[in-house]
Design a protein around this ligand. Sequence first.
Ligand code: UTP
Length: 290
Amino acid sequence: MNQTIRKAIFPAAGLGTRFLPATKASPKEMLPLVDKPLIQYAVEEAVASGVESILIITGRDKVSIENHFDISFELETILKEKGKDDVFKQVRAISDMAKISYTRQSQALGLGHAIYQAKDFAGNDPFAALLADDVVDAETPALAQMIEVFERYQAPVIATMQVEGEAISRFGVIDADEVEPGVFKINDMVEKPAFADAPSDLAIIGRYIFTPEIFSAIERTKPGAGGEIQITDAMRLMLKEGRPFYAFRLEGTRHDAGDKLGFLIANIEFALKREDLGEPLREYLRGLQL
Ligand code: UTP
């Protein structure tokens, strides 16, 4: 029987060193994009893509994420008393969104290690992994686009985007054959290649659909760069063992909100699209003497 995706995990236990000092006592995933934390965008994307069950993998500062998705009786009571019905509804909707559970990655030993913490949660089911600091602004939610590919191929799918020129060296890059427009069968992948060595212009971004086989691959993956267990190494192991892996070229714009410049750009782009903020912000930007 063909499977679909109902479970999603959100690794949020990284140290966020590129965003210090903001990430000293609060996870990067709680940084606000206009007025919503990054992780809420990712959770909303998953729910809009049909996900019903969510696991957030937290690090040392898990409290703010848990509180954000929990009911806040005190705040809700005050909002109601003050007649702020619209805000009340927004706040209540956050805790009604999906069934969310949490687990802890006790040490930031890499994304592969973080994903491994979801072994029991996934059980025998395929699942999605979303990195909330990669924000994808798309008409059809990014994960929904990938699930459509998974349903047809019944094999792991990773998200990619086309990157022009030398910037490709900042990403994991796939070596792959296009099997239909926008869908690629992966042969291999390399982390941060030199521009001249990049096998394609398709960069891996933070959306993955895995089958439970990934856990045994992570168990067999030795720590790589920086002593961390890299998810790319686990995926390469599966590829070497002949397991099929697909890549999908996402339709939409991806912002690296884990990087200061990327974060600022994402805020401007998202704010410009807002009915309440777009016009005044545009006016302000026009007036800047640059
Ligand atoms: P990054 O590569 O962005 O690392 O992680 P980071 O530590 O969060 O940030 P920088 O590079 O130091 O600034 C990609 C994703 O993987 C998660 C992060 O929370 C982020 O969503 N991650 C990374 C973990 O959950 N655990 C880890 O050990 C490493």
